[in-house]
Design a protein around this ligand. Structure first.
Ligand code: FES
Length: 142
């Protein structure tokens, strides 16, 4: 089953997060596993907001647990759903952006099909994406 951040947050809140630090740690481990072995910085702020804690709290947990690692890369997610996935030029442009600083992932339908093609850059969604938008977002990292 594909990892869904919102469902994971709800689940670990029921398990006691953020008061129960083992639940917070388990959520961070899942986030890390889902993102290829490191936790993207943007996700830390998203999780902090969802859990109602300061980002510095989650960063402290990550620093204290050696197996948790913070990524220093940006994350570009490209919707590969049935509608967005038809835009081959966008996928090809995204592939060319893969680098040490940019992780590119093709993800299932983002459920905004009418506004596609859709992408997510460091956790923020962009609709009607095209190659010019990709260049604009990644300009500083190339
Ligand atoms: S196919 Fe991209 S949002 Fe559904």
């Amino acid at each position: 089953m594909a990892w869904n951040m919102e469902e994971a947050i709800v689940y670990y809140k029921k398990q006691g997060a953020p008061a129960d630090q083992s639940a917070v740690t388990a959520l961070l481990r899942e986030a890390q596993a889902e993102h290829g072995g490191t936790i993207p910085a943007y996700l830390v702020s998203t999780l902090a907001e969802a859990l109602g804690v300061k980002e510095s709290f989650l960063l402290a947990v990550i620093r204290r647990i050696p197996s948790l690692r913070l990524a220093d890369t940006h994350c570009l997610e490209i919707c590969a759903g049935p509608n967005c996935g038809r835009h081959a030029a966008l996928a090809e442009a995204a592939e060319k952006l893969r680098s040490v600083k940019i992780t590119v992932k093709f993800v299932p339908c983002m459920r905004m099909c009418g506004q596609g093609p859709n992408i997510r850059w460091d956790g923020k969604c962009y609709n009607h994406a095209d190659e010019a938008l990709l260049r604009q977002l990644t300009e500083k990292e190339r």
